[in-house]
Design a protein around this ligand. Structure first.
Ligand SMILES: *Cc1c(COP(=O)(O)O)cnc(C)c1O
Length: 469
């Protein structure tokens, strides 16, 4: 036990020091994947390693390959950091090693999911009666929501997909925006509906689904099972679909409405942004992430469903040996997710919300939006740089030049290491993409990052293109 105690003390020391240094540290790792791997033996070592030696090795080898994505100047993808409270709770979840399958396996894991789930519904203005599955992320949550929708719309057309699968089933139409997230397509592949089931609805210039076009698509198509897939928070622009109008159209068509709100659903948690997702409570299922905007450590996502019976019918299983799985039981845990054995993710989410309170969550959302607007103002003021989207949430798209210049600016920014961001293609144009999703990003971080971007662009404009480029 002495070994364990000292190793844990060292690990917690290391974590605390790492996080203190994040405030000022270089964001981009010093080593690439192959360099990190090269420092480790290729063959399984013959002998056991003492914990302290192993820890030496782990810290020394992993260190140079760590991306400071938990820090304040990482703006890639949509990447939250982790709140101190959520981190500590998640470390405990590892130490306790609980399985969150059902109550028999861990009353505490299930109870914290129950409470954290109820709190999430309050913060996100979802129906209090909705069921909640704690999953790995929005990819899994989209799959769960679409699985519930598939079960329900087929049952409405006399088909039991759980028993009979899709062989010979009525064709399911999936009506989704041209601006849907790519994970929707993967979920449809996994669910056997296939990408070809998608009927694409054009988006407006902001990146939200065109609701007139949605209505037209629903009027035009054949009668039959339909799933409508809407989005809160476009990964490029942050735009949210008009959920009230989408819900009205979906209801009129007898369709299931799923909302992919991986990060955008958090707009509901602040009075300043809640109008962007008005009507969200009218949907049938929702996907949301904890590891993005709530700043819970990876991995953490939530699958909500307005119809717990449908949710469980689509996902739950039972077997004789699973005590606690008896008639009249309360659903929860493994009933609402695709996994069987599962990490206890409720502790970290509970801790994040407990530490912030309702006002703190709203403030986290507002702060990230304010920093994104600051990015937009400051970057717009740089000669030759232009922000192309209306910054409604935490996402900023920036024009710095043609496609080649854009790639080179991104490379230069990443190599410089002050901050980290990526590029995207939006309406056929290569642009810088900035996502402010970290609780700790300050105005000074934004200003430092704007300077780094300006520096990188100046460098690229005066430097000759790389050989062969
Ligand atoms: C990030 C994201 C996803 C996928 O979420 P994961 O957490 O990576 O599984 C899906 N949809 C949207 C809109 C996203 O931003």
């Amino acid at each position: 036990m002495d070994d364990l105690r000292s190793a844990l003390e060292r690990a917690s020391d290391e974590i605390a020091g790492y996080r203190e240094r994040l405030v000022d540290s270089r964001v981009t790792p010093l080593q690439r994947r192959a360099e990190v791997a090269a420092a480790l033996p290729e063959q399984v070592p013959d002998r056991p390693a003492p914990l302290s030696h192993l820890l030496d090795e782990l810290l020394a080898v992993a260190g140079p390959g760590l991306m400071a994505s938990a820090g304040p100047r990482y703006y890639g993808f949509v990447t939250g950091g982790s709140l101190d409270a959520a981190l500590v709770a998640d470390v405990l979840a590892s130490g306790w090693d609980q399985c969150a399958f059902n109550e028999a396996m861990s009353p505490a894991a299930l109870a914290f999911e129950d409470v954290a789930g109820a709190w999430l519904k309050q913060l996100l203005a979802l129906p209090a009666t909705a069921s909640v599955g704690f999953v790995t992320g929005a990819q899994a949550a989209n799959t769960v929501g679409l699985a519930a929708g598939r079960w329900r719309v087929l049952r409405d057309h006399g088909w039991d997909v759980g028993r009979d699968g899709l062989h010979g089933a009525p064709r399911v139409r999936v009506v989704a925006s041209a601006e849907r997230h790519a994970t929707i397509d993967r979920s449809l592949r996994l669910l056997g509906l296939g990408e070809a089931a998608i009927e694409e609805v054009p988006a407006t210039p902001t990146g939200a689904m065109d609701t007139d076009a949605l209505r037209a698509a629903l009027d035009r198509g054949p009668d039959g099972p339909i799933i409508v897939c809407a989005q809160a928070g476009n990964v490029n622009t942050g735009a949210c679909d008009d959920l009230a109008a989408t819900a009205a159209a979906a209801t009129a068509a007898g369709a299931w409405l799923h909302v992919d709100g991986a990060f955008g659903l958090w707009a509901a948690a602040s009075p300043r942004t809640a109008h962007l997702v008005a009507g969200l409570e009218l949907a049938d299922s929702w996907a949301c992430d904890g590891h993005k905007w709530l700043n819970v450590p990876y991995d953490s996502g939530y699958a909500f469903c307005a119809h717990p019976d449908v949710h469980a019918a689509a996902l739950a299983y039972t077997a004789e040996y699973l005590t606690g799985q008896v008639a009249g039981r309360r659903f929860g845990g493994g009933d609402f997710v695709p996994e069987s054995s599962r990490r206890a993710r409720g502790f970290a989410t509970w801790a994040a919300i407990r530490s912030l309170g309702r006002s703190g969550v709203a403030d986290l959302v507002d702060r990230c939006c304010a920093r994104a607007r600051r990015f937009a103002e400051r970057l717009d003021a740089v000669d030759g740089v232009e922000v192309v989207n209306e910054v409604v949430l935490n996402q900023v798209l920036v024009r710095v030049g043609d496609a080649d210049t854009t790639e080179r600016v991104v490379e230069r920014v990443q190599a410089d290491g002050t901050c980290w961001l990526g590029a995207t293609t939006w309406h056929g144009e290569r642009l810088l993409r900035i996502s402010v999703s970290n609780w700790s990003t300050t105005e000074a971080d934004v200003d430092r990052s704007v300077e780094a971007i300006g520096r990188a662009r100046s460098h690229v404009l005066v430097a000759p293109p790389p050989a062969g480029g």
